[in-house]
Design a binder for this molecule. Sequence first.
Ligand code: PRX
Length: 638
Amino acid sequence: MGKNKKNKSAQGSAEIYYPSPEVVERAHIKDYDSLYKRSIEDREGFWAEQAENLEWFKKWDKVLDDSNPPFFKWFVGGKINIVHNAIDRHLKTWRRNKLAIIWEGEPGDVKTYSYHALNREVSKFANVLKSMGVKKGEIVTIYMPQIPELVIAMLACAKIGAAHSVVYGGFSVEALAERIQDAKSRVLITADGGWRRGKITDLKKIANEAIERSPTIEVCITVKRTGHDVYMENDRDFWWHDLMALPVASPKCETEVMDAEDMLFILYTSGTTGKPKGVLHTHGGYAVYTSTTHKFVFDIKDEDRWWCAADPGWITGHSYIVYGPLINGSTIMMYEGAPNHPYPNRWWQMIEKYGITILYTSPTAIRGLMRFGEAWPNRHDLSTLRLLGSVGEPINPEAWRWYYRVIGHEKCPIMDTWWQTETGGFMITPLPITPLKPGSATKPFFGNEIAVVDENGKEVPPGEEGFLVIKKPWPGMARTIYGDPDRYKEVYWKDFEKQGWYKTGDSARIDEDGYVWIIGRIDDVIKVSGYRLGTAEVESALVSHPAVAEAAAIALPHDVKGNAIHTYVILRAGYEGSPDLEEELKKHVVHELGPIARPESITFVDSLPKTRSGKIMRRVLRAQALGQDVGDLSTLEQ
Ligand code: PRX
């Protein structure tokens, strides 16, 4: 890659980084413009061609059914199972001996699985689930640390046609209980705990409390990871290893034939109201979308060792640790713990040890590791790396340059991929051949038409900020919100109903070269360390404490996390604000939601700025906190 200063543009970043001839030479796609044009002119033809790379039990009759927008259907009539493509079909080739997973635990223990071994474990656990009466269409909740059994459990569900709902292991009691209840899960899969910074995270204790609040749970299967004492209830609780040793856990299990549009999983994500949304993805379109985007954007080849350093509990993990990479027959790296444990070279050490070729992570992780200085990565041979990636929040140019120079040694292009839980896979992203501007996610992926518009749907001029919309359906799109199709319509499709566009909830600008610059959320969703949280979730966790009458949460910029949560609390009569109460309330939020939701600050106030209809004006709180002009207050309650 070479750097070249371009004339200063109005868009801020004047730097452009061009790919080196070696990168271009190796790339699957060498000409973005012509393939993009073709993919737009014949979208269905493009996606049909990509779908041909998968194995279908029965080919589709129709690529796209758009007769009932916004409930689009892809590969209608097609029969498939994503696990057949992620595992079974590789067993017929030399890849049966290839490593599917290299996993390292935080204490340093290592496990590896070939595709053959992965199939064996998945089949065994699929039979265990069947023996527990798990049926096609049922939703199994999974709440685990980052261990291989998490991936095995997900794949086992999909193999027998059950759907999974993975709840991130960093979430706590209320968040877990709420998700179990919404999915009406009968079966919960968890672990006794996981390792984080040398300490045990007590998942089983949290799971037990959540089960108390969730009457639908009949069975809980627990992996023994840490070995500390946990409470197991007779007839409800089973150890994973005990079940896997039973004759019923046979290593032979038929993969269920699924309709392309059958539910693969739901994944809860935060929205503007307190209740998280169960975003629903399917077997067919999602398989095509994740594998195609993974292959083209990260230029995946068989010799790669791919490390997506996210947690499988988020969409990034679903799409780019588990499904996309396994469909592409990749070798996947997984690591259980903190990037700086026991020292800040942990990641760099593993890149060297395993010869990782592609690292895909978040700006927060990069900024966090950057703080420790260059000496840590410089101690390690990172020369196997050939591509880098970023996701989850805008990457500031300073972190981009550090990542590029110190980790990538100025030879690895950075794929800044913009997407969402709802999109299933990358929507706006460079390819390895794309000239890069630090901080820009560059251009739409094939088949996607995007625009930045005002509230009337009129495109704003280059360089101006507006709402980011997606104009046409794509195979990886969410199909609905589980159990609430009206909310799906309302949240994503109502604002631009006339045009039939998907509203992303982000604001962005497009520069005169057609490069997209994501600015951030325009709704009440906060991105903290790249994790998505609703202000309403934090507020309702605070209000569930007896001392709190009302609460408001806002996001303010933070050097490492991107944003941090700041809260304002009105206390009930009889309570007085104090540092002790502040700490107690922070702990309460962590107990209800999890450590990522811990407020940075709690300010005790007598009143909150509200509109006449009683809505909290968070933008006023934010402007006040930042010392900015509070703007138009005409709707403020006086
Ligand atoms: O605001 C955008 C931000 O993350 C949001 C989606 O969050 P989530 O559903 O949790 O998915 C995260 C992983 C795909 C988006 O609405 N976002 C995601 N990627 C980027 C980003 N913001 C800027 N640049 C990105 N590359």
